[in-house]
Design a protein around this ligand. Structure first.
Ligand code: MG
Length: 221
């Protein structure tokens, strides 16, 4: 499968982190298994009770800044979320062909910006483990803007601090809600990822051009 992008018309590449460049297995395992287990231990609940409670609490704030905020979850669950994430840091992994893709973007002179809803502490942990930071011209956290990518207001605010022309910009993101707000803002080139979590089955292709791996966007130029 190859997605033919008009690279000559692209100047800026905005890349999501979790699920797009990095395997969502880490985050899913954390929220579905490890955090409920620690919550059950802390509050004297069965694992099933804790999983149900964590799921309910996360659904309430899904798609908001709190959903991505480690301080919020540390307070809400009375757990040291960062310390618990570190316990499974060995699961943090870069998706196949990402390094080749980032190298090719750099060689082609594209401006490469990581744009993530992840909390700054999550970003720091992921960069520590993956050593990807050097590939980006800038790394932008939703928390710096006080808005998440799902919010239409996010995109003009991003543009204020990191100027880009939507007509010559590519966004790759595994979240369809985010691709929708980006499209409404005018970002011309949008691509999604079919298998954000390597331990889960791939999604079916939908309305946005989709890749299994970043090799499908090559060559550049
Ligand atoms: Mg993502």
């Amino acid at each position: 499968m190859t997605v033919h992008l008009p690279w000559a018309q692209i100047r800026t590449v905005l890349l999501d982190m979790d699920g797009t460049l990095l395997d969502l297995r880490f985050d899913n395992h954390f929220w579905r298994e490890l955090a409920p287990r620690r919550y059950a231990e802390r509050h004297g609940l069965s694992l099933a009770q804790a999983q149900a409670e964590v799921k309910t609490r996360t659904q309430v704030v899904e798609g908001t800044l709190n959903w991505y905020c480690l301080d919020y979850w540390s307070r809400e669950l009375a757990l040291d979320i960062i310390a618990i994430k570190r316990e499974i840091a060995h699961l943090i992994a870069v998706h196949p062909h990402v390094l080749t893709f980032l190298q090719a973007l750099g060689d082609a002179g594209q401006r490469i910006i990581l744009v993530t809803n992840a909390h700054p502490h999550s970003l720091a942990l992921k960069m520590e483990k993956t050593r990807l930071a050097g590939y980006f011209d800038a790394m932008i956290c939703a928390h710096d803007l006080g808005l998440v990518k799902e919010q239409p207001e996010f995109w003009p605010c991003l543009q204020d601090i990191e100027p880009f022309d939507p007509a010559t910009t590519l966004l790759v993101d595994d979240n369809p809600a985010i691709l929708h707000t980006a499209r409404a803002f005018g970002i011309a080139h949008l691509v999604t990822v079919l298998q954000p979590d390597s331990s889960a089955p791939p999604h079916l292709p939908g309305e946005f051009p989709a890749i299994h791996h970043f090799s499908e966007l090559l060559p550049i130029g």
